[in-house]
Structure formats: C-alpha cells, structure tokens
Design a protein around this ligand. Structure first.
Ligand code: ATP
Length: 234
C-alpha cells in the first residue's frame, strides 16, 4: 500500500471539515474521491499535502507516518499536488513552466524527461515557446499535469482538473489522466464530475459533509443507486 489514511480529522476553527476519513491508494492505482461542492475533498488533499494540519488521525506514505511532516518534506517524499486553478506562471513559456516542475530534484536540465513528456502530450511541444497564460484552459491544465510529472511524483494529487472546462476539454483532460496512469503514475483524483472520474478510476470514494460514505470499484460506484441519484442525475 502506498498511501494509508486512517481516522483522519481536519478542522477550520470549529468547522469539522473532515471526519475520521479512511482511504488507501496502492502503487499504480487511480483512485477517485468524488463529492459535492463543500463536501471536504479539497480539505482531504490539503491535509494530505500538509498545507492544512490534521487534528488527529494518521497518514502513512510507503509505510512511514508523514502526518506531522511539513509540506516541503512531503514533496521531497514524492507527494506532488496539482492545485485547483492550476497556478502556472502566465508570462513564462510553457517549457519554462515545465522545467520548473523538475526543480525539486535539483539535477540540472532534464532534457530527456522533457522529451518524454512531449511525446506523451504533443500539444506541449507545439506550444513550448508560448507564454503559458495565452493557452486555453484545457491546455493550461495539461501544462500543469506535465509540470507535476516533471517532479517525478510517487503519488500525484489532482484537485478538480476538469473545473471550469468545456465538455470537449473535460474529455481531453480525463484522457490525459488515463495516459498518466498507463505510464505507471499513482493518482488520487478529486472531482465534482463524478461520472468522468469514476469512469476512469480503479476505485473510488464518495464524501458527503466531511464523511466518506461509500467506497468501491469505479464501475461498482457508477452503477450504485445512491451514486446514480445523488451524483449522476439518473
Ligand atoms: P470544493 O469543490 O468547493 O473545493 P470541497 O469538497 O473541496 O469543495 P472543502 O473546500 O474541502 O470542500 O470544504 C469543506 C468544508 O470546509 C466546507 O464546509 C467549507 O465551507 C469549509 N472550509 C473550507 N476551507 C475553509 C477555510 N479556509 N475556512 C473555513 N472553512 C473552510
């Protein structure tokens, strides 16, 4: 097991935003965490990456307790988050943004990695010299994924990659996520778009008002009556 979250609680003042969450991710797995706006998905990711403190509970990464490690140390362990809203350096070129992703490794210019990335996402090669801020929303999301990949994540945390994108671009982003999985990247995907996320996930979790209420394989959750009614509008 690569990631084991046990009894994790998180608060914002008196708001109990994450309630005794249990969640696991195996090496190579694509796991989706779905839920409505405000359910606690981002809180779980922020607690996992260490930018928000856990009130109690344990986060184990590769068998090691990382619950009290600071965010920088977690990144060094290979826990890499692609934040909601992407946060690229708009005036910098696509390629500069991608190279920044490799910064944590401190091993000079990783041309071979960049070449592999361009093969995986040809659109990045086409746009390499353009300022990242001039790309479409979907393309910027792919730059953000590429930048995270340059950091050689052991666990990639994706926060609502489909947020604010037109349906055609949403399909493109989920195709890109699947491509990452095929490359062997382990992924925890947080999404409001339950249908798209569960369609590509090996396993999924459903979170409601801070509590994980269901967990199963992606296909089983897609055909679960409660999920169909509450999240798929069926
Ligand atoms: P979204 O899709 O909007 O990101 P979410 O499922 O990620 O939703 P969270 O952002 O984790 O939900 O929010 C969980 C709960 O914690 C909500 O009730 C929210 O209002 C509250 N919350 C989140 N951030 C803060 C904060 N900085 N201060 C106080 N309350 C917060």
């Amino acid at each position: 097991m690569l990631l084991e979250i046990e009894g994790l609680n998180s608060h914002y003042g008196r708001i109990h935003a994450l309630k005794s969450a249990n969640l696991t991710v195996r090496e190579g797995e694509l796991v989706a965490l779905v839920g409505a706006n405000g359910a606690g998905k981002t809180t779980l990711l922020r607690t996992l990456s260490g930018v928000h403190p856990a009130s109690s509970g344990v986060i184990k990464f590769d068998g090691r307790d990382i619950t009290r490690l600071n965010p920088v140390r977690r990144v060094a362990e290979g826990v890499i988050q692609v934040p909601e809203g992407r946060q690229l350096f708009g005036p910098q070129t696509v390629e500069d943004n991608l190279r920044l992703g490799a910064f944590r490794r401190g091993s000079g210019t990783p041309d071979a990695d960049l070449e592999r990335l361009y093969e995986l996402f040809p659109v990045l090669r086409v746009k390499r010299d353009q300022p990242a801020g001039t790309l479409s929303g979907g393309q910027q999301q792919i730059v953000a994924l590429g930048r995270a990949l340059m950091a050689k994540p052991r666990l990639l945390l994706l926060d609502e990659p489909s947020m604010g994108l037109a349906p055609l671009l949403v399909a493109e982003i989920f195709e890109a996520v699947q491509r990452l999985k095929r490359e062997g990247v382990t992924i925890l995907l947080v999404e409001q778009n339950a249908h798209a996320a569960l369609s590509i996930a090996d396993r999924g979790y459903v979170i409601e008002t801070g509590e994980i209420v269901l967990s199963d394989t992606g296909p089983a959750l897609l055909s679960n009556e409660r999920v169909r009614q509450a999240y798929l509008g069926l």
